[in-house]
Design a protein around this ligand. Sequence first.
Ligand SMILES: [Zn+2]
Length: 501
Amino acid sequence: MPLSATLIRGAEVLAVGGPQGRSPVRADVLVQHGKITAIGDNLALPDAYDLIEGRGKLLMPGLVNAHTHSSETFFKGRYERMPLELWLLYAYTYLSGSAIGDRLLYLRTQLLAMQSLKNGVTTLCDDFFDPMAHSIDRLGIVFKAYADAGIRANVSSAVLNTPVLDATPFGHEVFPEHLCAQLKFGAPTTAAEYTAYCREAFRRFHGQAEGRMRFAITPSAPQRCTTDMLQACHALAVQHGVPLHTHLLETQVQAVAGQMFYGKTLLAHMHDIGVLDQHATFAHAIWITDADIARMGDAACSVVHNPLSNLKLGSGLAPVRKLLDAGVAIGLGTDGLSSNDSARVFDLMRFAALMHNVNGTDPAQWLGAFEVLKMATLGGARTAMLDDATGSIEVGKAADLVLLDLANDNLRPRNDLVKQLAYCENGNAIELVMVGGHIVFCDGQLTTVREHEVWAELDELLPAYLEEHGRWEVANQVFEPYFAEVIRRCKDIDVGVRRYA
Ligand SMILES: [Zn+2]
């Protein structure tokens, strides 16, 4: 289907990128063939175009959720008061039954896309977790759900091939023999198997849906993967020009794991095995040292800051100001919805802008509204290696746009729109969302998905699924005292940094 032209007339345009990106400027924006082709006054217009009246509206780039896991989408509001190592037992159930059925897999993915689009998120990076399966057909279901919903998506399929307790400090000391055996899950995926799977994923899905679908490489975390797996992942990322996206040093336990298993930080380990460059994108990066930060700057890595997930799991405060000072690009991520409880990137902006103030009284160390807005757009696009394609309103970029009503309570009385986006807006002012030139949300309705039909089906299928998940949560309680002991043993070990206020 050829894409028509659209003129968005007379909106206040907050471009984020480019020389005038920091403040709104009244302008017309012309969209043709899915891209922004002109911005300004008195534009030369094609013979035919759709008109969107922008007067009284604010036009901003679509938001980027730079780190999430669609696998958690059904678990919002389910957990609290658990640090990562305990929460993993319940959200990811080491002991578990059969994988989620194909239809629920599709609906779960679509639900995340729906809740994202309604909240102005036009790009998301889904580190899809499908327990050890790496089935190309199931990955195809995820891609289809995103393509159908009309969102832009970097999808990956998390791989880990080190047994849980081998990646857990004190694991083999603390866990009784019979439980150690239960935490082994058969032959681990080899680097060759994962490489073959990824090659097939690139062949089938990468670049589909007018270029909106991309495949990315996600070793789950350095301590959860063998060196040859990390190196194979890096080779794939370089070859295909996509991110090597991984969790890094989310908790103090993981910082201890670096010391214990490699005699160095996990970041230094990645450096020493040759996988640290501009492809590397790190979710969290909390328990990193100053030397790690300098290395990340030198290597032009990027980081996805997950403020709400970090708060919920009590992981500590990421050194975001230091990372920015070192030249590291930062995006914002919800992480999965069971540790963040919503798909709203506006919430992330607000928390990111506020939470670092507990570090001290020097406001120069705090984050500002434009900084977090940039993280939520262009910075996130950079972490996804999509900054040529999206993240700002500039000629040549995809028309991934959000139109907000300036008459909404969140945005008036008007003081400073950038600060109001960071501190006041929660998505309620959104009137229209466009991805690649297609209107995907307008007048309170998604245009791509019949929301009530999705929910009717979910209402039918979900109770049994959640009931079964609840049974597996109970089964996994058996591990909790031992992981709690691991946390206790690690919390007093000096790892060179403190990340609690
Ligand atoms: Zn994550």
